[in-house]
Design a protein around this ligand. Structure first.
Ligand SMILES: CC(C)(COP(=O)(O)OP(=O)(O)OC[C@H]1O[C@@H](n2cnc3c(N)ncnc32)[C@H](O)[C@@H]1OP(=O)(O)O)[C@@H](O)C(=O)NCCC(=O)NCCS
Length: 208
């Protein structure tokens, strides 16, 4: 999606930036991990395919993605942005007849950054962005039945089980955005700041 190509979202512990070609080599390294392939139900891609994928996430109207940066490292202006990367988060508008339905995907690729509240914070930020900027009214998360951490996180965030597919060993958790959910999301992301990505990059320290 073009909508977020120059958008930076700053949270308490993370900064979300648009997925750019410069992020691809590190992303590609992550996805060589059999553990991540299994947890995210992903097939390994060649580097060239990964660049094609990045372009498609940027160009296609049904996909919105951000790279997750660790804010503490990012705020130290001397660290390259690629060195601050810890994962990614995506919204995929799966139904061409219903643009209010979004599939949500998140990956904290760096194991050392898991279990510290980043998954929860990023999910809230992306949902808030989806609701306010993309008009999303229902979220779904498709998760491997053996991915207990991810299932626990989405349930903790009030997603409900919608269906289980035994063939793909996958559960679909869903959440409809009614007024109370919207209020809760906006409260959870009250401190989130939206900035101009390119301008902020050129002088990071000034902005934090
Ligand atoms: C699943 C994932 C996104 C969770 O993010 P995270 O930053 O590790 O999770 P958080 O620290 O924000 O914790 C949020 C909730 O997740 C659950 N959780 C986190 N770590 C857990 C663990 N080790 N065991 C069980 N539940 C856990 C808890 O419910 C937690 O809420 P609580 O702290 O109030 O108990 C992250 O672990 C990840 O990306 N893993 C690898 C890739 C993946 O599985 N992606 C999802 C594909 S569907």
């Amino acid at each position: 999606m073009k909508i977020n190509e120059n958008t930076l979202l700053e949270g308490n512990n993370v900064v979300l930036v648009p997925y750019d070609a410069k992020h691809v080599p590190r992303y590609h390294e992550w996805m060589k991990s059999p553990e991540l392939q299994q947890l995210t139900a992903s097939e390994p891609l060649t580097l060239e395919q990964e660049y094609d994928m990045q372009r498609s996430w940027r160009e296609d109207d049904d996909k919105c993605t951000f790279i997750i940066l660790a804010k503490q490292q990012w705020a130290d202006g001397s660290v390259e942005e690629e060195q601050c990367m810890v994962g990614d988060v995506n919204i995929f508008l799966t139904d061409p007849t219903d643009p209010t339905l979004a599939e949500l995907e998140i990956m904290i690729a760096e194991p050392g950054h898991r279990g510290k509240g980043i998954g929860r914070e990023v999910t809230h930020m992306m949902m808030s962005y989806g609701v306010t900027k993309l008009g999303v009214q229902k979220f779904e998360a498709k998760i491997g039945l053996n991915n207990e951490v991810s299932v626990a996180m989405f349930k903790k965030l009030h997603f409900q089980e919608a269906s289980v597919c035994e063939v793909f060993k996958e559960v679909t958790l869903a959440m409809t955005v009614d007024e109370s959910v919207r209020t809760r999301l906006l409260e959870a992301t009250a401190d989130m700041k939206e900035r101009d990505y390119r301008r902020t990059c050129s002088d990071r320290r000034e902005h934090v």
